[in-house]
Design a protein around this ligand. Structure first.
Ligand SMILES: [Zn+2]
Ligand SMILES: [Zn+2]
Ligand SMILES: [Zn+2]
Length: 128
């Protein structure tokens, strides 16, 4: 008789423990991606809010100086090339300009300059 009581008490304890564990598993948990903040550092700009972008622009061809043509095989006499053959500039293909790139700091398109984005794991709630 005493043994039975002890056993049911033990079973009850297991039931309580199991329900506590189940509640712990099913209930909201702090998001481990954002530590419950709801936002994470923007991966695109690393939190700075801005990124560098390459912007193309036309620059005068350094080979032909914008003429689109170069003279090869000539002899330079007093600053003038004499006796050479005029050819289409191989550098710019006759356009006289080449495309160069300059980097410009622009607002990060991912976070809009905030440096942080809504946590994708918890959707900004901080809990999962
Ligand atoms: Zn989160
Ligand atoms: Zn960003
Ligand atoms: Zn050129």
């Amino acid at each position: 008789m005493r043994k039975e009581t002890k056993r049911s008490a033990y079973l009850l304890l297991i039931c309580i423990l199991a329900s506590v564990l189940a509640a712990g598993c099913l209930g909201p948990k702090t998001c481990d991606m954002c530590n419950g903040v709801g936002t994470i550092t923007c991966p695109t700009c690393g939190g700075s809010g801005s990124t560098e972008k390459s912007i193309p622009y036309d620059a005068t061809c350094p080979r032909c100086g914008g003429d689109g043509q170069v003279i090869t095989g000539g002899v330079e006499v007093l600053g003038h090339v004499v006796g050479g053959v005029t050819e289409t500039c191989p550098e710019c293909g006759g356009k006289g300009t080449i495309t160069k790139y300059r980097t410009e700091t622009v607002t990060c398109p991912k976070c809009g300059g905030n440096g942080e984005i809504t946590c994708p794991k918890c959707n900004g709630k901080g809990e999962v």
